[in-house]
Design a protein around this ligand. Structure first.
Ligand code: AMP
Ligand code: MG
Length: 408
């Protein structure tokens, strides 16, 4: 059975239209790190909650110090985390530490540098106005203000601000639970020398590593041979613990088509070719009610297809709206031939050269050479057509590693 040929953009749109963000869950604050906040978090009270001193010094009444220099009677102290020792009446003052609550009666702080003090008296050398060196309540956020908006990825500062606002738990989009299945009679686990015709499962590790980069802890069952019964058993047994299945291998035309048959039986499969190189035969659908992505066996195709289709879909399921890798324009070091009717994604190393970006190929186009992905940091997009992109011409490159990591 043949496969229909589709464009990269068309496939990407169909997949992204088909997936939805997962239902939000409420989790303890630290578990929310890296997740997207599902609803606006609003301050339940003013932050800070009380007026505090911005300086070490003396809490005073502005009308007392208006005619400074003036000497005041010291009546106690205000320490951090404690209620001040009484009030500051007319002609009185109280020692106050930075961050301590301002005692009743006082309306400004005379920093310790601007006074001379003895045990029971304080000479204030200059005048201060009401509110000076006081952090008022609600200075950071007023009750009802948005502390962190829905849609924001929660990193350190967001968690800190949520904690400050009293949130012990928050509603976030959960991490997608993904099962990664490698199929093929030739596959073995790494660690032993392959016998003739065997190869270690590279794709399983590529995909699991790419998932970890998204904060996902993948489920990786043992390798499945080209056997319908065994594959069916893996899908059925793993479905309750996952949201998504990704399989690699068994997609080629003329192959045993084990994957296609089993997925069709347990759900729905839409199998097609994508007009791209590498990475032609692919599939999308559902198995046992879970989202299903079928990848070809070739290692580079697996990586590129994951980047173009699966990564954005998983991000969308996790509530993200920034689905694309950054794209930079760089000048090619050498000519790259396009293909008449396919977009070519060439592995390149993008590097800085005197303030401009340049890119060089990391190896041949063959889709079994995963080393070309390891050496590169971007996929140069060579549009379909007979004309090559020539040396020195600009090309768009999707970066899958930050430029800063490059040592070119
Ligand atoms: P297939 O799509 O199953 O016909 O596989 C296409 C090519 O990819 C074959 O050379 C396979 O040996 C290879 N391949 C399939 N699965 C994997 C895998 N998990 N790791 C590395 N190579 C694989
Ligand atoms: Mg195979």
């Amino acid at each position: 059975m043949g496969y229909e040929m589709r464009t990269v953009a068309g496939v990407r749109k169909d997949i992204l239209d088909a997936v939805r963000p997962l239902d939000p869950v409420t989790v303890p604050l630290l578990d929310a790190w890296g997740c997207v906040l599902a609803e606006d978090a609003r301050a339940p009270y003013d932050i800070p909650t009380f007026a505090s001193s911005a300086m070490d010094g003396y809490a005073v009444r502005s009308e007392d110090v208006a005619g400074a220099p003036v000497t005041l009677k010291r009546v106690g102290s205000a320490f951090i985390g404690h209620t001040p020792e009484g009030e500051v009446g007319p002609g009185q003052t109280m020692w106050i530490a930075t961050g301590a609550p301002v005692p009743p009666g006082a309306d400004c702080i005379a920093p310790k540098e601007d006074v001379t003090s003895t045990t029971d008296s304080v000479a204030v050398h200059k005048a201060f106005t009401a509110g000076q060196f006081i952090r008022p309540p609600g200075q950071d956020l007023k009750q009802g203000d948005v502390v962190v908006p829905a849609g924001k990825i929660l990193a350190g500062p967001e968690l800190g601000n949520l904690s400050t606002a009293g949130f012990a738990e928050v509603a976030v989009y959960p991490k997608v639970r993904v099962c990664v299945i490698s199929t093929g009679d030739e596959l073995i686990e790494p660690g032993t020398k392959p016998a003739y015709g065997q190869i270690p499962d590279g794709n399983g590790y590529t995909i699991c590593g790419c998932l970890k980069e998204l904060g996902i802890e993948p489920v990786r069952p043992p390798i499945v041979p080209d056997d319908e019964t065994l594959l069916r058993e893996v899908f059925v047994s793993r479905a309750p613990e996952v949201d998504v299945f990704i399989s690699s291998g068994g997609m080629s035309v003329g192959d045993l088509d084990v994957v296609r048959k089993v997925v069709e039986e347990l759900g729905r499969i839409d199998a097609y070719k994508v007009a791209m190189q590498p990475g032609m035969p692919q599939a999308f659908g559902s198995v046992e009610g879970r989202t299903y992505f079928g990848l070809p066996g070739n290692p580079v195709s697996v990586f590129v297809s994951f980047e173009l289709f699966i990564r954005p879909a998983l991000l969308k399921m996790m509530g993200r709206t920034d689905l694309d890798r950054p794209v930079v324009s760089a000048s090619l070091d050498e000519q790259m031939a396009g293909l008449p009717d396919k977009t070519r994604y060439s592995r390149v190393l993008v590097y800085r050269d005197n303030g401009s970006l340049r890119a060089r190929s990391t190896g041949p186009a063959a889709s079994n050479l995963l080393g070309t992905v390891v050496k590169a940091n971007g996929l140069a997009v060579i549009p379909p057509g007979d004309e090559p992109v020539r040396a020195g011409e600009q090309v768009n490159i999707q970066l899958y590693r930050p430029l800063e990591q490059i040592h070119a």
